[in-house]
Design a protein around this ligand. Structure first.
Ligand SMILES: *[C@@H]1O[C@H](CO)[C@@H](O)[C@H](O)[C@H]1NC(C)=O
Ligand SMILES: *[C@@H]1O[C@H](CO)[C@@H](O)[C@H](O)[C@H]1NC(C)=O
Ligand SMILES: *[C@@H]1O[C@H](CO)[C@@H](O)[C@H](O)[C@H]1NC(C)=O
Ligand SMILES: *[C@@H]1O[C@H](CO)[C@@H](O)[C@H](O)[C@H]1NC(C)=O
Ligand SMILES: *[C@@H]1O[C@H](CO)[C@@H](O)[C@H](O)[C@H]1NC(C)=O
Ligand SMILES: *[C@@H]1O[C@H](CO)[C@@H](O)[C@H](O)[C@H]1NC(C)=O
Ligand SMILES: *[C@@H]1O[C@H](CO)[C@@H](O)[C@H](O)[C@H]1NC(C)=O
Ligand SMILES: *[C@@H]1O[C@H](CO)[C@@H](O)[C@H](O)[C@H]1NC(C)=O
Length: 498
């Protein structure tokens, strides 16, 4: 009797879940102890998991996530790369689109997927709590449609991260008044594990089982607080097929570059002799020695079968931490599919030209040093070209710039100063990639375009949290359009109060 009742309830729940392609998730934000590198600390998690739970949806789904704050700090959750049409209410950055969810409180966030397909991720957007509060979002093709490549036999999220032995709140609070770079992290991680090359980490090294002859879709996310990464798998090439939930013309590489905020989808063909192979990630940075951690995180790709694996497993080649050429070459190879099934829609007539310099210091006048950039108000449907120009006012750096509420076309990335007479003629108008995070090289530039057809308040910032906290952030306020379907949705009834 009991069984059949619960089955019946299960049936109704299932029915309800599928009725409008909507689903419910419960995120309980709480602190739990985790041990890494022989050292235990409490970390903030969702549902006790690190990395947090993966969300699975189909293109076009709407989901609701009930976020319960059972921790002792304010928190918000951001759905990174989800356009959220007319719905900035659930976008997440604290004090931009919402007040934080305070300890003991709850907020139901509505996440509206529309054009995104591939991999995105969610993360906390309050101070630096995203260091441990993050997880992947997998967006499958709609029922009845398929990938623009042969269906992979299996798939797995690969989340690159960064670990400090010290408490993240302490890290932030020591960093804030110092005016300096934060304390150097103690490890990089793959799916939460530092791997074989770090002390006390071997037992828990992340292992990924593959079967020879099969193809795997790796959904790579960079969740690091302060560094970009190189990533590679020994003896295997990777076919890059997407980034930031938008497909790319496939290209083959042995090394991937990925900045914080970005996602990259690659196909891994298990075509080597059965053995164990290292996958590894190391840092790419423009910082000087001693200001970052020059260590390598590893996981192991293990072929199934009866064999004696060689030890140590083959190790992939990774570029030096300062190899900008290797780094930029990868990112600049992205091309949209731009075919009949995946058309592009690049704004060709631009009515709003913006030129933003990005620097690590500001020109002070009469002891007044402005922090951050003024909010920019955009008319609904205006066509924007935004040029980021890196500077070396204090010290040059690269910057992964992330825009909320939109994906944008990356028209071109260049080194040195932008030349307004020459460079626009080199824009890719044919198949520019559609991204939510663009990596602007050190003292270089990037030109992006988007149509401001999503009313709301949308944050834009560097995804190196140190830079964001220093003021490398701004806001676009996109006005309502004329018709009801081009206006903001009403705020949800349970918006957290301040
Ligand atoms: C972090 O840096 C501060 C200031 O440089 C230092 O006092 C503190 O000991 C460091 N904390 C850890 C855990 O290394
Ligand atoms: C990098 O991490 C390793 C392993 O945790 C640690 O021994 C080393 O001191 C760190 N390097 C720096 C520059 O802090
Ligand atoms: C990987 O690709 C490179 C060039 O694209 C090629 O030279 C190499 O043989 C490939 N390696 C494997 C393991 O397929
Ligand atoms: C970083 O580590 C690599 C080896 O993994 C080494 O070749 C390089 O010299 C190191 N660089 C610094 C600045 O420590
Ligand atoms: C990168 O670092 C290595 C050693 O850390 C150094 O020898 C080399 O000159 C650096 N390369 C560039 C392009 O700065
Ligand atoms: C990347 O490097 C290869 C080999 O050096 C070169 O042929 C290609 O043009 C480079 N691509 C970009 C986008 O720089
Ligand atoms: C936005 O502008 C384009 C032309 O640039 C036009 O075709 C489209 O109808 C406009 N959309 C709305 C909702 O006004
Ligand atoms: C948490 O948020 C509330 C509402 O904005 C604010 O009053 C309070 O100061 C915040 N607490 C902390 C520790 O930031």
């Amino acid at each position: 009797m009991k069984v059949s009742t619960s089955r019946l309830i299960g049936f109704f729940l299932l029915f309800f879940y599928h009725c409008e392609a909507c689903a419910y998730y419960k995120f309980v934000v709480k602190e739990v102890p985790y041990t890494r590198l022989c050292s235990t600390k409490n970390i903030l998690t969702v549902n006790g998991q690190f990395p947090g739970p993966t969300i699975y949806v189909q293109k076009g789904d709407t989901i609701f996530v009930d976020v319960y704050n059972r921790g002792s700090y304010n928190v918000t959750i951001h759905w990174h790369g989800v356009r959220q049409p007319r719905n900035p209410w659930s976008d997440g950055p604290e004090y931009i689109t919402q007040c934080p969810i305070q300890p003991g409180e709850k907020f139901r966030q509505k996440i509206i997927f529309t054009t995104e397909e591939g991999t995105l991720w969610w993360h906390a957007h309050s101070e630096w709590s995203r260091a441990t509060v993050h997880g992947a979002m997998v967006i499958y093709p709609k029922m009845g449609t398929s990938y623009p490549f042969p269906e992979p036999d299996a798939e797995i999220p690969i989340i690159l991260g960064q670990w400090w032995k010290e408490d993240i709140v302490m890290l932030y609070e020591t960093f804030l008044p110092s005016g300096n770079i934060e304390n150097v992290s103690n490890a990089y991680t793959i799916n939460g594990q530092p791997g074989d090359l770090y002390a006390c980490s071997k037992q828990e090294t992340f292992r990924f089982n593959v079967e020879r002859g099969l193809t795997y879709l790796l959904r790579i996310v960079n969740s690091c607080i302060s560094d970009s990464n190189f990533f590679s798998i020994a003896n295997h090439n990777l076919t890059v097929v997407g980034s930031d939930a938008s497909y790319l013309k496939p290209f083959e590489r042995s090394i991937i570059s990925i900045a914080p905020g970005q996602t990259i989808d690659v196909l891994l063909e298990a075509n080597q002799s059965p053995n164990h192979y290292y996958m590894a990630a190391s840092v790419y940075t423009v910082l000087f020695k001693g200001l970052f951690n020059n260590t390598t995180t590893t996981a192991i790709v293990e072929y199934s079968g009866n064999y004696t694996p060689s030890w140590p497993p083959a190790f992939p080649f990774l570029p030096l931490y300062n190899d900008s050429q290797a780094y930029d070459n990868f990112t600049e190879s992205f091309r949209s599919l731009a075919d009949k099934e995946h058309p592009i829609d690049v704004p060709m007539e631009i009515n709003t030209h913006l030129f933003y310099t990005i620097s690590m210091n500001s020109l002070c006048k009469d002891n007044f040093c402005p922090v951050g950039t003024k909010a920019m108000i955009l008319d609904y449907n205006s066509t924007v070209e935004l040029l980021f120009q890196g500077t070396s006012l204090f010290r040059g750096s690269d910057h992964p710039i992330h825009l909320h509420g939109f994906s944008f076309y990356v028209m071109r990335i260049g080194l040195g100063n932008f030349d307004k007479d020459k460079d626009p003629s080199t824009y890719n108008l044919v198949d520019p990639p559609l991204q939510n995070t663009v990596h602007v090289p050190k003292n270089g530039w990037a030109a992006i375009r988007f149509r401001a057809d999503n009313p709301g308040v949308w944050f834009m910032h560097c995804h190196f949290d140190r830079h964001m906290t220093w003021g490398m952030n701004t806001v676009f306020i996109v006005k309502n359009g004329k018709s009801p379907e081009t206006k903001l949705l009403p705020p949800p009834p349970d918006m957290p109060p301040c």
